[in-house]
Ligand binder design. Structure first.
Ligand SMILES: C[S@@+](CC[C@H](N)C(=O)[O-])C[C@H]1O[C@@H](n2cnc3c(N)ncnc32)[C@H](O)[C@@H]1O
Length: 230
């Protein structure tokens, strides 16, 4: 393995803000984030966060909230984790896991807000269950936010965006305040992205892609069928 990657993994091993298999907290953190952060502040997740620009960016803007970047790739998460240490941020954490296991790490009600930033589009029909803004994951997010909570989604990929809008049309989701734009930079919603751009966002904007953005809220305690694809 490349030396740089080894050094990053060593950093992750030792960092307090980094939770991954092999560390005690990986097995015990569910329901215990308030102890990890030392407060009851609301929690925002950035799912499939890569280098976690939203996690570290929002943590600086909102010191009274907690932010957790989640991804399966440790070398990418290192960026957010090491930047947090450098900036002295105490309201960030980084969880290395598959998002399919999200409910092993959070109790219903432990999550307030979710950002889905430039997920892999997974265009094949058979891969629908792997789409982070798709039915399977939306069901998981909803179960973690029974009191209602906000979901934000940004992508360059129009097909994935249209698919998500179509999925959200189903009234069974019990959502409110859905709003969206196909061109964030030219939209009155621009301020909602809070001035933060991710690695993939910069990459796609550079070659001329427009950024699609949507947000909505789950209604509190709305009884719905489980819409997930098993
Ligand atoms: C295209 S990258 C986007 C990274 C970052 N959000 C950005 O905008 O720069 C997608 C990320 O999602 C992660 N990812 C995709 N599916 C995942 C899953 N099921 N569980 C955990 N991470 C996942 C990948 O490892 C990758 O880092």
């Amino acid at each position: 393995m490349a030396r740089k990657k080894l050094l990053r993994f060593k950093f992750n091993e030792e960092a307090y803000n980094f939770i991954q298999p092999g560390k005690e907290k990986y097995a015990t953190i569910k329901g215990n984030w308030k102890h990890h952060f030392g407060n009851h502040n609301p929690i925002t997740l950035e799912v499939g966060c890569g280098r976690a620009e939203y996690t570290t960016g929002l943590a600086q803007q909102y010191p009274d909230r907690n932010f957790i970047g989640i991804d399966i790739k440790g070398a990418r998460l290192w960026k957010g984790s090491s930047l947090s240490v450098e900036l002295g941020l105490h309201n960030t954490a980084f969880l290395r896991t598959k998002l399919q296991s999200l409910e092993d790490f959070f109790e219903p009600g432990e999550v307030d807000t979710i950002w889905i930033t430039f997920p892999d589009p997974r265009p094949k029909e058979g891969d629908e269950k792997l789409r982070l803004p798709g039915r399977r994951f939306l069901s998981i997010y909803k179960r973690l936010m029974p009191q209602g909570g906000s979901v934000h989604f940004k992508t360059d990929n129009r097909a994935l965006f249209d698919y998500t809008l179509e999925v959200l049309q189903d009234p069974e989701w019990g959502i409110s305040e859905l709003d969206y734009t196909f061109d964030l930079d030219q939209s009155p919603m621009l301020s909602e992205h809070l001035g933060i751009e991710t690695t993939y966002e910069r990459k796609f904007k550079k070659v001329g892609f427009k950024i699609n953005y949507l947000r909505f809220k789950f209604l509190p305690s709305h009884n719905t069928h489980d819409k997930s694809i098993k």
